[in-house]
Design a protein around this ligand. Structure first.
Ligand SMILES: Nc1ncnc2c1ncn2[C@@H]1O[C@H](COP(=O)(O)OP(=O)(O)O)[C@@H](O)[C@H]1O
Ligand code: SF4
Ligand SMILES: [Mg+2]
Length: 322
């Protein structure tokens, strides 16, 4: 049984103007100890997927269909009370900007200790000791547990967020662009730390990032998202060396140096569609250099290229038929 099994997950936002179809028919799975990279341009729905998995979607959002099974337990229908027992203990998240996630009026140490007291039922003293151990684990001087978030550097806050996310040894951690706000050197250190800790406590990881080289270095599998849908999913090496979807190829071409320096991605010509009014057919058709007439009308089916590699494109179904 997979650790996380997501099937046909669909999450929409309601706005005055209409419905934002931000995540539609998303299916993926993560095994114990496995790392899945989730990539795609900005506004493709990656954060919406992450927040849906945590059941932390904003007020104007709702999960309108699909299933999220964590260790066999359905989360879509779980109550908020049940989710409060599952969050941090079984599934946790490292947000993009740690400053927003940490409470400015409590010390960083107290905030982590609080999580341990609630979820691990530790005494005050035990929680304090374990927080110091966690600080050491994420390479922060344990004496700094008494400091407030604003006294920490950006890199330290991100490390503290990692400490909080792994505090209860969760089975799955989601990192939503956990290093985006940091400078390149610190980014590399924080990602290395996350990778190392993942192996140490054998946790599953979903790493959302626009840095394809990080995915290449640390993720077993990769899911490529475009305009609210996963367009390709497979083992990282296969997807990077033999991409099956035109969007994946465009994304890889915009990021020429996967193995070397973290070069900035150039951009793919055109813009992703407004998800209030997604185009019919394949959502990529307006930008696709390989578009054929059916792409403008029919949503492409998901084709199994081999047992672990899937992509949704009309060209592939033609190839399979012929
Ligand atoms: N609270 C919200 N209300 C309405 N639309 C939203 C909200 N949050 C995100 N969206 C929209 O959902 C789409 C997906 O956004 P998001 O999941 O943040 O993408 P990503 O993380 O890939 O950048 C975008 O079109 C975005 O504008
Ligand atoms: S379905 Fe058509 S438009 Fe979409 S990626 Fe494939 S070829 Fe391009
Ligand atoms: Mg995001």
């Amino acid at each position: 049984m997979a650790l996380l099994e997501v099937n046909d997950l669909t999450t929409y936002y309601k706005l005055k103007e209409g419905t934002v179809k931000a995540c539609e028919g998303v299916s993926l799975h993560v095994d114990k100890g496995e790392a899945l990279g989730l990539v795609g341009e900005s506004a493709s729905g990656k954060t919406t997927v992450a927040l849906s998995l945590m059941k932390l979607i904003p007020e104007n959002a709702s999960i309108i269909g699909g299933s999220i099974k964590l260790d066999g337990k359905e989360l879509v229908t779980a109550t908020e009370e049940e989710m409060q027992k599952i969050r941090w203990k079984e599934i946790s998240i490292i947000f993009q900007g740690a400053m927003n996630a940490l409470n400015p009026v409590h010390t960083v140490g107290d905030q982590i200790a609080e999580v341990l007291k609630i979820h691990e039922k530790l005494t005050d003293k035990e929680a304090r000791q374990r927080t110091r151990d966690l600080f050491e684990k994420v390479e922060i001087d344990p004496d700094r547990v008494r400091e407030y978030p604003h006294e920490f550097s950006g890199g330290m806050r991100q490390r503290a967020m990692i400490a909080m996310a792994i505090a209860c040894n969760p089975k799955l951690v989601i990192g939503d662009e956990p290093t985006t706000a940091l400078d390149v050197m610190v980014q590399a250190q924080v990602l290395q730390l996350l990778h190392h800790l993942r192996q140490e406590i054998d946790m599953g990881l979903i790493l959302i990032t626009h840095d394809l080289s990080v995915v290449g270095e640390t993720c077993d599998k990769v899911a490529v998202m475009y305009a609210g849908r996963i367009v390709e999913l497979g083992p990282t090496e296969t997807v990077f060396t033999r991409p099956a979807h035109p969007y994946t190829r465009a994304l890889l071409a915009a990021f020429p140096d996967i193995e070397g320096e973290r070069t900035m991605a150039s951009s793919i010509p055109g813009n992703p569609p407004n998800l209030l009014y997604p185009p019919p057919g394949c959502r990529f058709h307006e930008r696709c250099s390989e578009v054929i007439p059916v792409c403008r009308e029919e949503q492409p089916p998901t084709i199994t290229i081999n047992d672990q590699h899937y992509a949704s494109c009309h060209l592939l179904s033609r190839r399979v038929k012929s």
